[in-house]
Design a binder for this molecule. Structure first.
Ligand SMILES: [Zn+2]
Length: 62
């Protein structure tokens, strides 16, 4: 698979500008619309982005 596609929504760079993500030695692509997902709902990326679990803030009981 050589086509660059957003890891969340699957749009290609023909359909949306894609940002390059370097994560754990791999290169992924994300469109700006999906950036908030990564910031605010990284759990939605589990299964799409290997290692996304590490992006989820740990639950702290204060
Ligand atoms: Zn996207």
């Amino acid at each position: 698979m050589t086509e660059k596609t957003c890891l969340n929504c699957g749009r290609s760079s023909d359909q949306a500008p894609l940002m390059t993500l370097d994560f754990r030695g791999e290169t992924y692509y994300l469109c700006p619309q999906c950036l908030p997902v990564m910031i605010h709902k990284p759990q939605n990326l589990v299964g799409k982005l290997p290692g996304a679990e590490t992006l989820i803030p740990a639950n702290h009981d204060h």
